[in-house]
Design a protein around this ligand. Structure first.
Ligand SMILES: C[C@](O)(CO)[C@H](O)COP(=O)(O)OP(=O)(O)OC[C@H]1O[C@@H](n2ccc(N)nc2=O)[C@H](O)[C@@H]1O
Ligand SMILES: Nc1ncnc2c1ncn2[C@@H]1O[C@H](COP(=O)(O)OP(=O)(O)OP(=O)(O)O)[C@@H](O)[C@H]1O
Length: 311
């Protein structure tokens, strides 16, 4: 009798972008990272990461934001797959294919999302059966934002952003994202934040109770009032045009607005889906943003797509 072994079928994982609802930044640590108190929310703009058994390791990228994504060994999805293989004694390479819908270097953690997606996809392909906490632990080695994209939802991040605790939220929040066609470098924005602070003493960041109650209430007006990002001034300092985008969107009816992570994307919170459509139309017509996307949150983190839904 011949062997019945067949090569495992490709696995596709869908993984969301994030916005930081609160991003409080402390003084730089000895390792150069900044201690954070942040609240992440996963929002419905997704990359798809597909892994297929192959003779050699490789990564290919398509989709609207494929340009600007490295396809060499620095690609975060490839690094994630190799790391997981190394830690589990897996010697079979995979070919990774990324469908890139999350803007690159936009402050929405696109690269981190692909890293988290690759971990979840390879865990399924190799039938490792790792728990979420085990995947998050490996994710920490890849970057501060990567663990959050494994589980998604809404979560508190401490340490350098990699230590997570769940946050209770109610309902759905509607967002409009004003994208820029030029990315901002995350280390450059943190460095600018330090430069602007100069010698002013900065304490350790602590999450604010008002954010937690706004999220529990499910009221977008309450949430809009407490959005806060310590990196915003630094992003505006490097890119003064972004301040105009923020004030423009607020003038067009957004309840609140904030630089997403290290920017340059500006995230606007709106009342409901219809208000989001109106704001997206106005922002597009104004020419203030290179592109405009709508999404709601919180959504689930990296999840395997049933084969029938892959396209
Ligand atoms: C801006 C945020 O997206 C907010 O969630 C994150 O803090 C950035 O997370 P990330 O892109 O996963 O960042 P990492 O890959 O861990 O680090 C990239 C660089 O960002 C800076 N960095 C990052 C996180 C942190 N808590 N302090 C930092 O100073 C460091 O210069 C670091 O070398
Ligand atoms: N799979 C990937 N997708 C996008 N960028 C990647 C990927 N792998 C590595 N990179 C590199 O990471 C850099 C940052 O890209 P990314 O889209 O993650 O930025 P970001 O959204 O600003 O990140 P964050 O919000 O986590 O600070 C890119 O300029 C690119 O060189």
């Amino acid at each position: 009798m011949t062997s019945a072994w067949t090569e495992p079928a490709p696995v596709t994982v869908r993984v969301p972008a994030k916005v930081n609802l609160e991003l409080l930044v402390g003084p730089p640590r000895e390792d150069g990272y900044h201690p954070l108190a942040t609240v992440y929310q996963a929002v419905g703009i997704y990359d798809d990461v597909t892994v297929t058994p192959a003779a050699e390791w490789s990564v290919a990228v398509d989709g609207p934001y494929a340009d600007g994504v490295p396809t060499d060994e620095t690609n975060l999805a490839l690094r994630a797959a190799r790391l997981l293989a190394g830690e589990n004694g897996i010697e079979e390479p995979v070919a990774l294919a990324i469908r890139k819908e999350i803007p690159v270097a936009g402050g929405m953690a696109g690269g981190s999302a692909d890293g988290a997606g690759a971990l979840v996809a390879c865990d399924a392909l190799w039938d490792l059966g790792l728990h979420k906490e085990e995947l998050e632990e490996i994710a920490r080695e890849l970057g501060s934002d990567v663990p959050f994209l494994v589980g998604g939802g809404t979560a508190m991040g401490s340490g350098r952003g990699e230590l997570l605790a769940p946050v209770l939220t109610h309902g759905v929040f509607h967002w409009v994202f004003a994208l820029s066609d030029l990315g901002l470098s995350t280390p450059a924005v943190y460095a600018e934040c330090d430069r602007l602070r100069g010698d002013v003493p900065v304490g350790m960041p602590a999450a604010k109770p008002a954010m937690m109650s706004a999220l529990r209430s499910g009221d977008p007006h309450a949430l809009a009032a407490v959005l806060e990002n310590d990196l915003q001034e630094a992003a505006f300092s490097l890119r003064p045009d972004l301040a105009e985008v923020l004030s423009g969107g607020l003038g067009m009816g957004a309840l609140g607005g904030i630089v997403s992570g290290s920017g340059p994307t500006i995230a606007f919170l709106v009342e409901d889906k219809e208000a989001g459509i109106d704001l997206a139309v106005s922002l597009t017509a104004s020419g203030l943003a290179a592109d405009v996307r709508r999404a709601s949150g919180p959504v689930h983190g990296a999840h395997v797509l049933p084969a029938a839904r892959v396209h």
